[in-house]
Design a protein around this ligand. Sequence first.
Ligand SMILES: [Zn+2]
Length: 329
Amino acid sequence: MHYPIIDMHCDMLSYLAVLPEANAFAKDDIACAIPWLQEGNVRMQVMAIYTDVRPESMNLATRQALIFEELHQKYSNDLALAGSDFLQNWDKQNRVGIKASVENAAGFGNETASWDEIYKQFDFILDRVRSLAYISLTHHTENRFGGGNYTKGIGLKADGKKLLDYMAGKSIPVDLSHTSDMLAEGILNHIDSNNLDIPVIASHSNFREVWNHPRNLTDEFAKEIIHRGGIIGVNFLRAFLDTEVPERLFEHILRGFELGGQKAICFGADYFYTKNFGDPARFPFYFPLAENASKYPSLLESLEDKLSATDLEGLAYRNSLEFYRKIQS
Ligand SMILES: [Zn+2]
């Protein structure tokens, strides 16, 4: 099984930005280290500009945008910028294409930034990284834009609407992976009632019907994404798939197909630096079957008796590739 792979989410950039000794090639440190990506035949990796909600969030995002730029310039033998040229000439690529995204709009504006500053920061980041695979308004917590996964009952705020208005027409999807249910609903309503041109995806989320967790999508939101032509990246974190049974990962993938997502399901592994994490209950973060980016081929192989070759190809890369080709054209 030698399909190329597209993965919709990893936290390489925040690892490089925060740890003084960080190295993109350190296989022991991070499961999406460049050698792991190469072993897994990853042809495109989305790298999130991740920040939590704090006063320095904008500086931290700026640093990650610069690191992203430096990464594909400095390691141009291994990495390439995955812009529209890269996608149009997909079959000719032999390097790992990288594309940035923003995980938490706190990177555009902390809680006290003016809208002049937010627009400026947005334009600066987009200019550095050239294109954004998606923007997530929140992470787990609440911010000025809306409510995150763990802030049930907090929806889309006035600043969130303003940010969506600014995103419209720029070929940048909005990501529902870190929204509260109310925020997801607010985003969809705002897009519809204002006829905004904003694709909707979930970059790294599983299904709540399979594993009940606020980080996972309800069937309603999953169907909504599928219906709108978006994509859903299945997440490999033990906490979100089933803390005991590794093979439940396959049930999440198959659930996506059952809901009509043949053209929507893709990978959103969510590899990050785990060594400085406080909560012991989270260890190990990944089951061995999905413990690093070399595992995509064997995961696809495990699904050979359950999915057709076309569906496996869709899951591996075709769905994401077609999605980005479509929104960029
Ligand atoms: Zn995340």
